[in-house]
Design a protein around this ligand. Structure first.
Ligand code: SAM
Length: 165
């Protein structure tokens, strides 16, 4: 019995721990902050939101309930599976990709939501500038981009507006 528990523990640590080499480990944004993040992004039904590191899919569902189309990128296969199952019924409005978002060329979109770590914010800023043309809004929970002035800074949510050439 102890062996099984240790085995399960080791598997879980490996499954969730490897993420620290690519980005932030799993910690979900609270519901209130998710609602505020979507309010800040102010996307209209039919517009496209990307969530980079989409965890268990809770923000994807909340955005889809507002009529927003969403693509989530999640590197952890367990969270990917949980989110796929929990988003059944949303059809094409929610797409979830099992992927390292650093290795993906970001598609044209209207908004991006992240909850990462401080050390990844500059890299993310560069990625958005290089890969997305035109206007896009970014909301980051907890961690600001130090080199860029946020439009709004509300209870730990930082809103950035880009208009890339
Ligand atoms: C702090 S959690 C936030 C989860 C969700 N965005 C939320 O706010 O509730 C960070 C998530 O990003 C995922 N992640 C970290 N680095 C990633 C990467 N390079 N590509 C895809 N997902 C990544 C983690 O597995 C984790 O689910």
């Amino acid at each position: 019995m102890i062996e099984i528990l240790v085995f399960v523990l080791v598997v879980l640590v490996l499954m969730f721990g490897f993420v620290i080499f690519f980005g932030a480990p799993y910690l979900p944004t609270l519901k209130k902050q998710q609602q505020e993040a979507l309010d800040l992004l102010d996307l209209q039904p039919g517009q496209l939101l990307l969530e980079l590191g989409s965890g268990d899919g809770r923000l994807l569902r909340m955005a889809a309930d507002r009529g927003i189309n969403v693509i989530g990128y999640e590197i952890n296969p367990i969270l990917f599976l949980i989110s796929k199952i929990s988003c059944i019924g949303y059809g094409d409005r929610i797409q979830i990709k099992l992927a390292n978002f650093w290795s993906v060329e970001l598609p044209e979109c209207d908004g991006i939501y992240v909850f990462l770590l401080d050390k990844y914010m500059e890299r993310l800023n560069n990625k958005i500038i290089q890969e997305i043309r035109g206007k896009v809004a970014l909301v980051s929970f907890a961690f600001p981009i130090k080199s860029k002035k946020s439009t709004t800074d509300k209870v730990g949510l930082y809103l950035y507006k880009y208009d890339n050439k």
